[in-house]
Design a protein around this ligand. Structure first.
Ligand code: NAP
Length: 275
């Protein structure tokens, strides 16, 4: 009890001195979540990170020189009990995250042999329902000024015969979910933001080569950090690609699908081997 009190007082002192924020970030064991955590810790922010692979989290803590500003919990975000026990840990440590970034996701092709229903279900569970469960557990403790941020994708805007159904559909559901939550909570001072990314040259990025429209991991990290400083609800990176594609979507469907087919052929040329 005493050590908790000391820890809380120390944390409070550090927060005031260094203008720190408390972040909860999902999926910090690899890719963008890991790079974002490293950047925030180097900027003297406080990050509570989650992911399933405990060993990877332990290694990240070591990489961060065992910084007290990085706290982690190995958990699977699809499990409701895990969110509740995470909230209990927050209460114990008086940790009220101000910026919550739902970055964790999985991507698999569920259209290799017909529709692979179990794979599709898993993606919906991790990429959409798990996040909704997390919000349900966290929202009762959210104070005005709290930001909930969803990491969505260009894939949410279109169907694809080569990427499969589940990834795109779960990201579309997540984005719509966040629009609904934005509308519901905007007058209570709790903001729900969605960041849409085109392809990124790290993590689950679909391309084997770096093309001009592909963001680097560092660029993606900076985009997320900049989005936390803005009052807008939606962000598109790179903006030009989303703008052009939204116009293409308004074209007659035969033209739209012709362009989509060409995009898929281009995608196939640059694509990493199938998983
Ligand atoms: N890379 C791209 O080109 C791109 C483009 C657009 C959007 N995005 C989005 O950016 C985000 C990060 O992607 P990334 O490329 O960095 O992918 P990544 O390297 O595969 O990272 C995914 C993270 O999610 C965690 N995770 C997966 N399932 C989980 C679960 N059930 N519970 C808790 N954590 C889980 C993984 O950790 P464990 O395996 O240890 O659990 C990992 O840390 C995703 O939302 C993705 O959709 C990526």
């Amino acid at each position: 009890m005493n050590s908790n009190l000391e820890y809380n007082n120390l944390l409070l002192k550090k927060i005031i001195e260094n203008n720190m924020s408390k972040y909860l970030i999902t999926g910090v064991s690899s890719g963008i979540g890991k790079a974002l955590t490293k950047k925030l810790i180097s900027d003297k922010q406080i990050v509570w990170g989650i992911a399933r692979r405990g060993q990877r989290l332990k290694e990240l803590k070591e990489e961060l020189n065992n910084s007290a500003n990085f706290i982690y919990t190995p958990m699977d975000q699809t499990e409701k009990n895990c969110w509740q026990s995470l909230v209990n840990k927050f209460k114990e440590k008086n940790f009220i995250p101000k910026i919550i970034i739902f970055n964790a996701a999985i991507s698999q092709n569920d259209l290799k042999n017909g529709i692979e229903i179990e794979t599709l279900k898993k993606m919906v569970d991790v990429n959409f329902l798990g996040i909704m469960r997390g919000i349900n557990s966290l929202i009762p403790f959210a104070k005005p000024g709290t930001q909930f941020i969803a990491i969505s994708s260009f894939s949410a805007l279109k169907g694809s015969g080569i990427e499969g159904i589940g990834y795109a559909a779960s990201k579309a559901a997540l984005s719509i979910g966040f629009e609904s939550l934005y509308q519901k909570y905007k007058d209570k001072g709790i903001i729900f933001k969605t960041i849409y990314f085109g392809p990124i040259g790290s993590g689950m990025g679909p391309f084997k080569k770096i093309a001009p429209f592909i963001l680097s991991e560092d660029q993606a990290v900076n985009c997320i950090i900049n989005s936390t400083k803005s009052n807008k609800a939606q962000f598109f990176y790179p903006k030009s690609i989303f703008f052009i594609f939204k116009i293409i979507k308004l074209l007659p469907s035969n033209i739209y699908f012709k362009i989509l087919s060409q995009m898929e052929s281009f995608h196939l040329k640059l694509k990493k081997p199938l998983c």
